[in-house]
Design a protein around this ligand. Structure first.
Ligand code: GTP
Ligand code: MG
Length: 583
């Protein structure tokens, strides 16, 4: 039992290894603002065990959330504070520059405060009273950012009022805690919702992500004054886990678009620009100078790597204060549209996010996914697989992308680089599903569905919501929803796919066995989702049960048949089936 516990701990700690220690505490002051409304609007309700889209409160469009969060971030500053300060005095000091809407503290190699003013002017007022530090042997590069150091002028007479700032822990749960929470849950549905609640991005973490983009935008604006740096990927698509990377998109599209149509007369004025042979070279040149800029002048930006020869050129760096691993790209507008599509799917039904989070954690626990690029499945691909599976239910839980396109009106029309990326953006106009299946059933059926999917001939296609013949021989084919000739999982090798299939079958089998045995949550044995996240237990439970019992139902019999017929189903010298969990 102890050894099994250790297995879970080490496995699950891998799930969370990239997460920073982030201990925020949230305070709301009296200034009216949009923060609470934003918080309600952005994250679809979580932790609910209800099925379907029962929540009838209007949901914000992706573009509205982005706009509000961006505007909020522009009024926000980041401060490295002394470890012990008087919170009251700190706020009073900052209030000289204008009313504060909201603030919180977190720990990450020091105590940091995130302070949101009610007005943008307050930031400029504070910057005007801020000095550039005089260094000793080193020299400072003067840069007026929104990232500050707070120093005590005279630390001795403050002592009586200084106190430890209470910081609540916002990092993902320890594996031990998660294990306990899952084992104490009342049902598998409850387990999935618990996992979602513990791993999803918090309001503070989301704010910090938008703030970090906004700080990077200030730096990029030195070259491109009208640029925008927008978060995309799991930071905004509602599938982000605490500790996930921060994908950023340097948007230069607005530059030069202004006023062109307003000019009158026979003349049209254009900027003189430098021409380069291709869009890709332009992207590489832009990212190269921004990379240099971040490296040389970006406060808190460390480990800057320019990865310009990748399919999608990027600049990778760590933002030390927030602890985020950042990937900055440009000319990647389709990825932003993909984030919007996933946001819509995540908001349509409360079961979607719960299922995606559990499948992502399951995949990570079994080393099916990795933070290092390679021949394995990505979280993005896994999310597509869950969406596809939910489109295949009867009645469907999620609509197809083609159906979302038919609901679109004129203002939703979106063509990017010749690809039709049109779909309805107002998610309140999409009818909720009539499907009432439980999460427990969906989890089982997901494993069974993909444990028996004809990957050798079929492609996964969320645009049409049905299998298609594979257009090319990659082991796993998941059609890119917008660039439809591309496969988003081209990188996945046959052995990685087989590992996924084997583990899916194993997990389906365990859940079916539990159905028969009715393990009690009070039995102190890992059960349900907890058993699935624990490879050593998964193996031993399945071996024991396989030896003890004959399959009762036709369904389990079929499942066992399919396990036996798997070409890579290896047998060790004891005649027991082995499951590799190594990547
Ligand atoms: P995390 O693993 O939590 O970071 O999930 P993520 O969705 O953010 O994935 P990732 O950081 O790898 O990629 C960021 C975004 O880029 C995704 O959400 C997609 O929109 C897009 N993306 C990632 N991989 C692919 C791909 O293979 N093809 C296409 N077209 N887009 C991709
Ligand atoms: Mg990401």
């Amino acid at each position: 039992m102890a050894a099994r516990g250790v297995g879970l701990l080490s496995r699950l700690s891998m799930c969370t290894q990239r997460s920073q220690v982030l201990r925020p505490i949230h305070r709301r002051l009296s200034c009216p603002g949009t923060v609470a409304a934003d918080a309600r609007g952005e994250q679809p309700s979580s932790g609910s065990s209800e099925t379907g889209s029962e929540d009838r409160t209007p949901k914000k469009r992706f573009s509205e959330v982005q706009k509000e969060r961006r505007e909020q971030a522009q009024r926000t500053i980041l401060i490295l504070c002394p470890n012990k300060i008087s919170e009251k005095k700190f706020l009073k000091y900052l209030s000289q520059h204008g009313p504060i809407n909201n603030h919180f503290f977190f720990e990450s190699f020091g105590l940091y405060a995130v302070v949101e003013f009610c007005q943008k002017e307050s930031v400029a007022s504070l910057q005007n009273l801020t000095r550039t530090p005089s260094m000793g042997t080193e020299a400072a590069i003067p840069f007026r950012s929104r990232f500050f150091n707070l120093k005590l002028k005279n630390s001795s007479n403050e002592t009586s009022e200084q106190s430890c700032i209470p910081c609540c822990n916002q990092s993902p749960p320890s594996s031990k805690k998660l294990f306990k929470l899952l084992c104490d849950a009342e049902s598998i549905d409850d387990q999935l919702n618990t996992l979602l609640k513990e791993f999803q991005l918090t309001e503070e973490n989301t704010k910090l992500r938008y703030l970090t983009c906004s700080l990077i935008e200030d730096i990029a604006a030195a070259y491109f004054p009208d640029c925008a740096v927008r978060p995309f990927g799991s930071s905004v698509n509602s599938f982000g886990k605490l500790g996930c990377d921060l994908d950023m998109f340097l948007d230069l599209d607005e530059i030069g678009k202004f006023n062109a149509h307003k000019t009158s007369g026979n003349f049209l004025m254009e900027f003189q620009v430098k021409n380069v042979p291709s869009e890709r070279i332009a992207t590489q040149k832009i990212l190269s100078v921004i990379g240099e800029c971040l490296d040389n002048f970006g406060p808190g930006c460390v480990g800057v790597q320019k990865i310009l020869n990748a399919r999608c050129p990027l600049v990778r760096f760590s933002h030390q204060a927030s602890g985020f691993q950042c990937d900055l790209t440009t000319n990647n507008r389709i990825a932003l549209k993909s984030s919007e599509l996933l946001y819509i799917y995540g908001a349509l039904d409360s079961r979607v996010r719960a299922l995606v989070f559990s499948i992502r954690c399951w995949a990570r626990a079994h080393s099916l996914t990795s933070s290092i690029p390679g021949a394995w499945i990505t979280n993005f691909s896994l999310t597509m697989m869950v969406i596809f599976f939910l489109q295949r239910r009867s009645p469907p839980i999620l609509p197809t992308l083609d159906y979302l396109k038919t609901l679109a009106d004129a203002e939703d029309k979106c063509i990017i680089e010749g690809h039709n990326c049109t779909f309805i953006c107002d998610l309140n106009r999409i009818k909720p599903s009539k499907n009432t299946e439980t999460l427990e059933l969906l989890l089982k059926e997901f494993f069974e569905y993909f444990g028996n999917f004809a990957f050798n001939k079929n492609s996964i296609n969320i645009r049409q919501g049905k299998e298609q013949n594979k257009p090319e021989p990659s082991p796993l084919h998941i059609q890119n929803p917008f660039e439809t000739s591309l496969n988003i999982s081209k990188n996945v090798s046959q052995s990685q796919l087989q590992k996924f299939v084997d583990l899916a079958r194993e997990s389906a089998w365990i859940l079916h066995q539990e159905d028969k045995d009715h393990p009690s949550p009070s039995s102190n044995q890992p059960w349900g989702l907890a058993a699935l996240l624990l490879p050593s237990i998964a193996k031993s439970v399945s071996h024991d049960k396989k030896k003890r019992r004959k399959p009762a139902s036709e369904r389990i019999k079929n499942l066992l048949e399919s396990i036996k017929s798997s070409p890579e189903n290896s047998t060790n010298t004891n005649g027991k089936r082995t499951v590799s969990t190594q990547a």
